[in-house]
Ligand binder design. Sequence first.
Ligand code: GDP
Ligand code: MG
Length: 163
Amino acid sequence: MKPVIALVGRPNVGKSTLFNRLTKSRDAIVADFAGLTRDRHYGNGRQGKYEYIVIDTGGFEPDASSGIFREMAKQTQQAVAESDVVVFVVDARAGVSAQDHDIANYLRRLGKPCLLVANKAEGMQSGVQLSEFYELGLGEVYPVSAAHGQGVRGLVEQALEPL
Ligand code: GDP
Ligand code: MG
């Protein structure tokens, strides 16, 4: 069985762009509109010696109580349940948001292997600007740029090596 990686995070952080990088496909819908990818979306990927399945998810709103947001939260929770490791994507440029904290709390309670990835980090002095993400309590922060393909191979190694 190939290991399964679930991509989670609030809308617009670059999950679908990262999905495309990890699967080298254009399948996932990438858009400037927050929350467009509302379903789970599966893809096969390979980086070096690692073969895996990736699940892209729509927005993430663990405490949402109605409508499309509830459905998105359910889809995401199912994706997390199906995965061997969760890649939690945050926006290196936007900084930590309240929603990031909610998701981090959810993931910490879950106790599943989880990698915190700060996307959109191209051209950043990683140490300084990423330090605030440590307050999410998920350990190391891995800077990547899905749009530019930076840090993606290292991300896969970090996510799958310990499994
Ligand atoms: P999702 O809602 O989390 O799936 O995010 P998308 O993949 O749809 O991306 C949201 C927006 O962020 C789009 O405009 C992307 O082009 C942009 N984006 C994604 N990755 C990067 C990146 O590495 N750097 C920058 N600067 N923008 C990115
Ligand atoms: Mg998306």
